[in-house]
Design a binder for this molecule. Structure first.
Ligand code: SF4
Length: 347
């Protein structure tokens, strides 16, 4: 079966007074029908710009310079503004990190969700639409839907506002849902409830989801597959099992080493990745992670490694995976698996 979304060599830049910021420099990945794919990376890795490029919700200074975004076989980069308006909130929806900035503070939330349905279904009556909104509110567990229909955003807690955003995103039964850090501003109990709802969505409607986050703990709970981004490029792509059990990129190892574990010795400190992401006005010609990588070699600063197929459904971009890479100080050559031992050697 064809994937529902196929991104091929996407390059998106921002034209600023300081020059061209090459935020996304050739990203490729796919999302299958009913699959939840985690897009993971630090701020500035290109994950949000990739998702905004899919819906063409970019600032005026941005340009999609190259590549294809194939959604159900059609290239969205070639779509007009009017065609994109039909897709947004219809076949593809998005949930943002801060629901307050996405909701109109002057309009009751029920009306805002109703408007989303009316925009795509002019043939439906007012009563039909209201009934659907109330069902959606019940679906995302907003208590007393009839009363809450008339409430304003400021009358809701952060978690409840995010539920309204999920209801709005689901209003037209999208085939693809893009969730951009939707739980980052919420406390862990609410976060857990939102993740549960996204899982139910996938199960009930077969919705495909792109979940953008910097938190690998959340990814472990929710996703089927993970795409790790750094410096505007895909560094590693694997199933959820492989990314935790057999990571093949030093950046992924660094991210894993920074997750706290329940059974961890409390005296052991978490290990942040030293240094900061590259300046994307002058992206490095070699591996963008080289200045922060504990295993970097001369070739890393000189040439960008290609993506290497390391197993079925597992690809990684690192010179250490090359057949000619030396064994010495190579975390992927010690025992053929990248588990705890390797994470510790990274520390
Ligand atoms: Fe580190 Fe080199 Fe691999 Fe980049 S290519 S992650 S610098 S070892």
């Amino acid at each position: 079966m064809e994937p529902i979304l196929k991104i091929e060599n996407l390059k998106t830049s921002f034209m600023t007074s300081n020059g061209e910021v090459q935020a996304v420099r050739g990203v490729s990945f796919t999302v299958e029908k009913g699959e939840i794919v985690g897009l993971v990376g630090e701020s500035g890795s290109g994950k949000s710009v990739t998702s905004m490029s899919i819906l063409k919700l970019l600032a005026d200074t941005a340009r999609i310079k190259e590549g294809k975004i194939l959604f159900e076989g059609e290239d969205l980069t070639q779509y007009s503004r009017a065609q994109m308006r039909k897709i947004r909130g219809g076949k593809i929806s998005m949930i943002f990190q801060d629901p307050m900035s996405s909701l109109n503070p002057l309009i009751p939330v029920g009306k805002q969700v109703a408007e989303m349905i009316r925009e795509h279904h002019r043939e439906k009556s007012k009563e039909e639409i209201k009934k659907e909104v109330l069902e959606l509110f019940a679906r995302v567990r907003i208590p007393e839907p009839e009363k809450r229909y008339r409430s304003f955003p400021h009358e809701f807690s952060g978690g409840m506002r995010q539920r309204v955003m999920i209801a709005m995103a689901l209003a037209n039964r999208p085939d693809l849902l893009i969730a951009d850090e939707p739980t980052t501003a919420l406390d862990v109990t609410i976060q857990d409830q939102i993740l549960k709802q996204l899982r139910e969505l996938k199960k009930e409607y077969g919705t495909s989801i792109i979940f953008i986050t910097h938190d690998l703990g959340v990814v472990a709970e929710l996703c089927d597959r993970v795409v790790v981004l750094y410096g505007g490029l895909v560094m590693e792509e694997a199933t959820i099992y492989d990314i935790f059990e057999n990571p093949k990129h030093p950046y992924t190892l660094g991210l894993l080493a920074s997750i706290p574990a329940l059974d961890q010795d409390k005296s052991r400190r978490l290990k942040p990745i030293p240094g900061s992401p590259p300046d994307m006005t002058k992206p490095p010609q070699g591996c963008p992670f080289a200045p922060r990588c504990p295993y970097a070699r001369v070739v890393c600063g000189r040439e960008l490694p290609e993506m290497t197929e390391v197993a079925e459904d597992h690809r990684s971009r690192c010179w250490l995976l090359s057949p000619d890479a030396p064994d010495e100080n190579n975390p992927f050559r010690k025992n053929g698996r990248a588990g705890e031992e390797r994470r510790e050697s990274h520390e």
